[in-house]
Design a protein around this ligand. Sequence first.
Ligand SMILES: [Zn+2]
Length: 273
Amino acid sequence: MTVFERFERFERWLAHPGAVALLQAGRELRAVLLPVCCVVCGRPDEPLCPPCAGELRRSTLRPFNAAAGAGLLPAQCADTDPEEDFHPLPVTASGYYRSGLARVLLACKNHGHTGLAAVLAPALARALHAVPGSGSGPLVLVPVPGSARAWRRRGYDPLRLILRTVDHGGLLPRGMRIEYLLGYRRLPLAARWAARGPGGQKGLGARARRTNVHGSMSAGGPGSLQGVSVLVADDVLTTGATIAEAVRALRAAGADVTCAVVIAAARSPSRRE
Ligand SMILES: [Zn+2]
């Protein structure tokens, strides 16, 4: 649609009485002044067109356990011998990190499309309801915090934004509450430079990622979370190194962490649950 046609529609809506007409006129004017297009298919006028929104919804209808695809996840139980009977921490994922879901997540994370949090929130909520034990008792959801560097670059924390939309929309399972218990420790300058790497965490191999993040987070003093059941939340699961560090910090504070949840899993799991 051309700008001229848009203006014509804007004028037509203005001629109509009522709030709906005014709202439509506002949309037409916004489309002229701030042209947007679908972050998945490029269709003009909306950040996510209805067909792509429908496809995204369908791709996140059946959350699954993505733990088998992430080799650096910690053990499900803190006191098991990793050499003997290793069961990775279950990680419930809303969908796979590919096609529409990957593009929408990237747009929300790195390209300022904060409005897409409203699209990702129901997807994450479905995963939260699918977490083992969800809704059956008190469970504290602890998000992996965004780094200070990411905050400076983006000006917002995408996961926090999505979780706030879940919470305000009344989509949290019964008994679940969100608490921001994790923070990054201040590392010595040399360690901070090493952690930056050439492309940050993204550019590192699996083993380097684990070394890179180990000891970087804190959740309070020993015993401060004794007896608290915790669910760790992150946006994307790749190797599991970040979730492993979050779980280590929370367990060090005494929390009982038995599962995690993510919006998208980067690798296909070998089995679905
Ligand atoms: Zn589209």
